[in-house]
Design a protein around this ligand. Structure first.
Ligand code: FPP
Length: 259
């Protein structure tokens, strides 16, 4: 990966994708969708689509690191994905483990810091251990924060937080009142800036329980491209388009006629 990173640093910008490095989104979050359809189109088993998607993960991580994006969250496995056929779930878990195992040292050398949001407790032991190893190994790194959403549910994270507050309140007999910052500080994403750009591949127009609190003001960018066909060009294009959006946060732009 290091050599690829070096190559990317020196690479000429792609046509129509001149980026302003001063205005990069601090946090890009991605719903990687379309692996199954990609495989189906080729008459391959679904897991072949996930494997092809794994290669694109590498390319997107490299591109994000090269550009200087601070945080990248990848939606690898939702809490709802357990409903998939058993062999697909176990294949995915094995794939996560393999990718982490083979990429960990390169990621570490490139200063990537790996974090996980979601409930690791219910994930198979081998996969959980590999994630724990990756988190510990890269804990002091200062480059790209790569956040993997694994067995993640935005609603479950919010409910956990609320239930913990209610429990504490019942114990102490004190009412608890939180503001937005205090609430953000107890979610799984505590300390991570809210995503400014959420990308979804494969043309679906849903948020799918992904960062539903954190993404309240995120720009949403969707492409028809299936995840295994997405890559450096797609990621760069999304950031390019983001930089041309008018972010108002419910207010008006500087140029608006405010009469
Ligand atoms: C959704 O496509 C994709 C997933 C549920 C899994 C994505 C996982 C990877 C690409 C590997 C990532 C690895 C690491 C270590 C982060 P789908 O199967 O729902 O596609 P479909 O809608 O076409 O069926």
């Amino acid at each position: 990966m290091l050599t690829t990173l070096r190559r990317l640093f020196g690479a000429a910008p792609e046509p129509n994708t001149t980026l302003d490095r001063e205005r990069l989104p601090k946090h890009v979050a991605v719903i990687m969708d379309g692996n199954g359809r990609w495989a189906q189109k080729r008459g391959l088993p679904r897991i072949a689509g996930h494997r092809a998607g794994g290669k694109v993960v590498r390319e997107v991580v490299e591109t994000a690191a090269e550009l200087g994006v601070g945080h990248l969250t990848l939606y690898a496995f939702s809490a709802e994905n357990w409903r998939r056929p058993k062999n697909e779930v176990s294949g995915l878990m094995r794939l996560f483990e393999e990718i982490l195992q083979s990429e960990l040292e390169e990621l570490h050398k490139n200063q990537v810091k790996i974090e996980v949001i979601g409930d690791l407790a219910n994930v198979s032991e081998g996969t959980r251990r590999q994630f724990e190893k990756a988190i510990t190994r890269t804990a002091e790194n200062t480059g790209l924060h790569l956040i993997i959403a694994l067995n993640y549910s935005g609603r479950a994270d919010i409910l956990r937080t609320v239930n913990e507050a209610l429990e504490q309140s019942a114990k102490t007999g004190q009412a608890i009142k939180m503001d937005e910052d205090a609430f953000s500080d107890v979610l799984a994403t505590a300390g991570i800036p809210d995503p400014e750009l959420i990308i979804r591949t494969s043309g679906e127009l849903r948020i799918s329980n992904f960062l539903i609190w954190e993404g309240a003001y995120a720009e949403f960018w969707v492409t028809e491209t299936l995840w295994p066909d997405f890559g450096r060009a797609g990621f760069t294009q999304a950031i390019h388009d983001y930089q041309r959006r008018d972010r108002r946060f419910g207010g008006l732009t500087k140029d608006s006629d405010a009469r």
